[in-house]
Design a protein around this ligand. Structure first.
Ligand SMILES: NC(=O)c1ccc[n+]([C@@H]2O[C@H](COP(=O)([O-])OP(=O)(O)OC[C@H]3O[C@@H](n4cnc5c(N)ncnc54)[C@H](OP(=O)(O)O)[C@@H]3O)[C@@H](O)[C@H]2O)c1
Length: 211
C-alpha cells in the first residue's frame, strides 16, 4: 500500500520500520528532520511537509504526541487534510481526545476522505516488535482495507464500531484503568509500610503475599 507516515518518535519509528518490512511503500514526515533521514536508507521517501506526506497516498498514518501535534500537521494551509486525496484514509493512531477525533471524522468526510481511529496499547519495544494491541473504529470497509497495516504493526486488532471516536474512548479509558491500578497499588503498599508491616511485602523463597 502507498502510505504516508507522520510522527517518527519512540512509537512511530518502530511502526514505520515494520510497515516497510511488510512491503508497504512509505513517504515519511517528521518535524525534526534528522529522524526522518534515518528512513532514507530503508527505501522511504522523505517529505518536506505534512502536506507532502499526505499527497498521492492511499493511507496516511499519524503517530504524534498529542492533540496539539495532530492539529498542527492536519489543519491549516498546506497541511495534510488539504492534500490527502479523496477516497484515501487517515488512520489516526496517536492517543488523542475524543473531541479531536470527532473533529477529524467530520473534516475528512467534508473532503470525501475516510477516517479510522486506531490508538494503540503497548510500549515502544512492543511497537518495534510489531506486538501492539490496536483498538480500531471507523467505517467497516475502511477498517478492512487497513487491516494489512494493522497486521504489520500489531499482534491483535480490536474493532469496536463504526463511529471512529469510540476507539479513542476505549483507549483513554484503558489508560485511566492502568494509571488508577498503579495508584491503588502504591496506596496499598504505603498503607502496609506505614502500619509497620513491611516484612509482609518482601519476596520470600516460598512466594509473596499475593500468592
Ligand atoms: N510511548 C508509549 O509507551 C506509548 C504507548 C501507547 C501509545 N502512545 C501514544 O503514541 C503517541 C506517540 O508517542 P511516542 O512515545 O512516540 O511520543 P514521542 O516519542 O514523544 O514522539 C512524538 C512525535 O510527535 C511529533 N510532534 C510533537 N509535537 C509536534 C508538533 N507540534 N508538530 C509536529 N510533530 C510533532 C514529534 O516530532 P519531533 O521528533 O520533532 O519531536 C514525534 O515525531 C502518543 O499519542 C502517545 O500517547 C505512546
Amino acid at each position: 500500500m502507498k502510505v504516508g507516515f507522520i510522527g517518527l518518535g519512540n512509537m512511530g519509528s518502530g511502526m514505520a520500520r515494520n510497515l516497510i518490512k511488510a512491503g508497504h511503500s512509505l513517504v515519511v514526515y517528521n518535524r525534526t528532520r534528522s529522524r526522518a533521514e534515518e528512513f532514507r536508507p530503508l527505501g522511504a521517501r522523505i517529505a518536506e511537509t505534512p502536506g507532502e506526506a499526505a499527497s498521492d497516498v492511499e493511507a496516511l498514518i499519524t503517530m504524534l504526541a498529542d492533540d496539539h501535534a495532530v492539529e498542527d500537521v492536519m489543519f491549516g494551509p498546506g497541511r495534510a487534510i488539504q492534500t490527502l486525496p479523496a477516497g484515501a484514509v487517515h488512520v489516526g493512531m496517536s492517543t488523542i481526545s475524543v473531541a479531536l477525533s470527532r473533529r477529524l471524522a467530520g473534516a475528512h468526510q467534508e473532503k470525501e476522505q475516510h477516517y479510522v481511529a486506531a490508538p494503540v496499547f503497548g510500549r515502544p519495544d512492543a511497537a518495534a516488535a510489531a506486538k501492539l494491541f490496536i483498538v480500531v473504529a471507523g467505517p467497516a470497509k475502511q477498517i478492512e482495507r487497513c487491516q494489512v497495516l494493522f497486521d504489520a504493526t500489531g499482534q491483535k486488532t480490536f474493532v469496536v464500531g463504526e463511529d471512529a471516536p469510540s476507539a479513542n474512548v476505549i483507549k483513554l479509558t484503558g489508560n485511566f484503568l492502568i494509571t488508577t491500578v498503579i495508584e491503588s497499588l502504591a496506596e496499598a503498599f504505603a498503607l502496609v509500610r506505614k502500619s509497620g508491616q513491611s516484612h509482609c511485602l518482601q519476596r520470600r523463597s516460598s512466594g509473596t503475599m499475593a500468592e
